[in-house]
Design a protein around this ligand. Structure first.
Ligand SMILES: [Zn+2]
Length: 319
């Protein structure tokens, strides 16, 4: 069978290899528009009305079809739609964000880009986090550990969980030699009955093996098209991280990342964004190239529905 997957992007050709190259490539708005167009139309411009491929560029970021004269903005339908900020600044933000091993705070972004307000920096961070979610994300497969973990001391007064604990649902691929593959994380819902079962069904491909603890309701996995392995903790002196090393590792890295990145409380609403960013970084942790992360994040940003600022929850007591 022919391999139909897109070719791997190449350093120095498809994405900048160094900071010097980054500056050389993206010095003008035109260059940034051109780069976005390449990500959006990898096989060349296609008119969404008539399918025509010939175009003129008629204005900043505008592609006009020669066949039917429809004008398409290269940023329409992306997180950059209707932005008043130069694309060069956005690109610099993405480049900066992808360099930070442990994620970046809104405050850091504000300083580096010289943004006037913390609120602006915060909104940018969240737009970029939104782009880290691939709409067509693949399901986990093989042997997948599924468990609930808790992070503490994050926010107060949430119903359904302890005063300082937030439930996180974690699924992690357990590879050979106890290596860990891809992960998925979601905030646990307030109604926790069957939350893990529904989560597993959402993120794990049917036919995979799901490993959990011995909770009775989790045995439903066996009836839902999965191989189910479970173990009981009761009377066992085997600690949880031996049976579920992948989930344990993902959860402990998440906690370290949150402690190192966030210096203020986060709400349940914001937590979903942070988990998406963590997942994006974790699943690409072996991608050594900063340029490749830059490419992937921009690629996803051009395939993301725009989030108007009013839809984002902005914290009141920002530092
Ligand atoms: Zn057309």
């Amino acid at each position: 069978m022919a391999d139909l997957s897109p070719p791997m992007p190449r350093a120095g050709v498809d994405y900048p290899k160094t900071s010097g190259q980054f500056r050389d490539w993206f010095g003008t708005e035109e260059a940034c528009f051109g780069y976005l167009a390449g990500l959006r139309w990898p096989a060349g411009f296609v008119c969404s009305r008539c399918g025509g491929r010939d175009y003129w560029r008629t204005g900043a970021g505008l592609w006009m079809c020669r066949g039917c004269s429809r004008r398409t903005s290269v940023t329409a339908g992306t997180i950059f739609e209707r932005t008043r900020t130069p694309l060069r600044t956005w690109f610099a933000a993405v480049w900066f964000v992808t360099a930070q091993k442990n994620g970046v705070s809104a405050l850091g972004l504000q300083r580096v880009l010289g943004l006037n307000s913390y609120e602006t920096a915060w909104a940018w961070m969240h737009k970029l986090r939104q782009a880290t979610v691939r709409p067509e994300r693949e399901m986990l497969s093989g042997l997948v550990e599924v468990d609930e973990s808790f992070i503490g001391g994050v926010h107060r007064g949430m119903p359904g969980v302890g005063p300082d604990k937030i439930s996180i649902l974690v699924a992690a691929e357990h590879l050979d030699h106890n290596r860990i593959g891809r992960v998925r994380l979601e905030p646990g819902p307030i109604d926790r009955r069957l939350a893990l079962v529904k989560f597993g069904q959402r993120v794990v491909a049917p036919g995979s093996t799901i490993r959990t603890d011995g909770a009775r309701q989790l045995r439903r996995f066996a009836d839902l098209g999965f191989q189910h392995e479970y173990f009981t903790q009761l009377g066992s002196d085997v600690p949880a991280h031996v049976n579920m090393p992948a989930v344990h590792m993902a959860a402990s890295q998440l906690k370290r990342w949150i402690n190192g990145t966030l210096h203020q409380g986060i709400s349940r609403e914001q937590l979903a964004y942070y988990l998406d960013e963590f997942t994006f970084r974790f699943n690409r942790r072996t991608a050594k190239s900063r340029g490749l992360l830059f490419y992937r994040l921009l690629q996803q940003a051009t395939n993301t529905d725009p989030a108007p600022l009013k839809d984002l929850v902005i914290p009141h007591d920002s530092d």
